[in-house]
Design a binder for this molecule. Sequence first.
Ligand code: C2E
Ligand code: CA
Ligand code: CA
Length: 543
Amino acid sequence: MERQMDEQEIIDSFDKAIQGNHLFACYQPQVNHTTGRMVGAEALMRWKNPEYGMQYPTTFIPVLEKNNLIYRADIHLFEAVCKFQKKCIDAKLPVVPISVNMSRYDIVGHDYVGDIEKIRKAYDVPVKYLRIEITESSAIAGIQRMQEVIAGLHSFGYIVEMDDFGSGYSSLNILKDLDVDIIKLDMQFLQGEVGGRGGIILNTIVQMAKWLGTPLIVEGVETMEQADYMKSIGCSYIQGYLYSKPLLEDAFQEKICKIEHEPLTPALKLIDTINAGAFWNPESMETLIFNNLVGAAALFTYTDDTLEVLRINKKYLREICMNHTEQEVITADPWRGFDETNRKIYEDAIRKAIASGEEESCETWRTIHSQCCGDDNICIRSTLRVIGTAENQYLVYAMVQNITAEKRAYMVMAESEQKFRFASEQANVYAWEYIISTRQMRPCYRCMRDLNLPPVVENYPEPAIEMGIFPPEVADDYREMMRKVDSGIPQIEAVFPLTACRVPFHVRYTTEFDENGRPLKAFGSATLVVDPSQKEAAGDTIK
Ligand code: C2E
Ligand code: CA
Ligand code: CA
């Protein structure tokens, strides 16, 4: 007969359950969604009663807790996990760390740490293969007691996980006080909502966990959409039905032999002078400094070639983000707006900063998109410094400066310098600018003075022909030359006899193009031909 046992039946059959191993562990894998590899598993208590069949913890655990039996159950389960790990080690099978749940009642009136240590030693299981999950609700024993227990677990080398983070009210405060190594977040508390409010809460917790340098595992992930979403906000460690339901020991053992595993990435190690906790606290001096006293700044992690923005300050938003919010900047693809060349420049600077441990600067152009104003190209000078490392992951502090205006001014200057060069190459000349799209000609001062031209000549070259600067017999040749200029010939030159006196001049055009290769302007010049043999070439155009 398969049915849930009632309270009295649970109490009555408890001793037998322990002795007969009716209380045992199921194992639910934890997977890195990015690599598909297993990073660990959680042991979940099951009770298979010979008479009533499978019992689930949600019904029997509260009864055990109420009747002071949970401690024995938890210790029994810890032993079962040690036995399993020992079996795998001895059989030279792959071993992954397994998390064991600790009830809030386990730390009241019991030497939990001492007792599990005895068991672990007896089975000779390295401590790195065991993790302990505690919940916020353990705070009923007092924060100080929790701190003692965590310190005790740490002293033996256990990894401590904060289970069901975000389910209580005091979550944020509790993290400040408790030195946990891993945070577990339950998707079910947010009703699996990936967008909207739930999404914002998740995102904030993920960013905060990163900021604290604490790895995060999301539980209760049932759909690919949820897993992809979590990955997109920077949390790839996943436990849930999507990858696997809790498995019986044999099935789990088969699984660990079949799929690859990898260690959970250790938390980022911050350089000593930074107090990560305080930096996160909005009231702290560090935050005050980050937001007000330093210029525009951002923090990001860099792993292989992936970059994830963790935090930006208000000035950063003002300086380079147009009307985007911090949230939008953090969740957007950080390489959006970079072309390949600029991305390379930026990544080279990061690599240099990693290699040198010093500040490295670079200047990159990127396109910023704004809903109201469209795209804008901006140039950013970034000064980068690595402030934390963990294996191949780097925490980088970036100070940024929008130098677009400066850069543009420089480009204008460089452009006029170039014009000057064209002009001086053709020394002692009459020079002018011809704007292709409008067919306007702007003569130099000498042209205006000697040829009596206005500052802007419209519909060029017709007025110059009418005025007899180009005499009638060369008018068509000159029109032909101008057509070639209009059609975008880069350079063209020819000798023309000019004015009523038919004085031979070398007429040259050099065309300037925009970034799409369209002709913009041509710089024209006329130099007196000193070698009379060139006279014969009059009207011949040479490309
Ligand atoms: P928990 O520690 O938060 O464990 C996760 C629970 O979520 C497990 O329920 C697991 O089966 C379930 N779960 C896993 N993936 C999914 C999913 O994708 N969707 C949904 N909806 N649920 C998922 P379970 O095994 O029924 O355990 C319930 C709770 O009982 C546990 O919650 C834990 O608080 C407690 N518990 C389990 N084993 C032990 C134990 O050995 N000792 C103590 N003290 N408590 C335990
Ligand atoms: Ca748990
Ligand atoms: Ca949980």
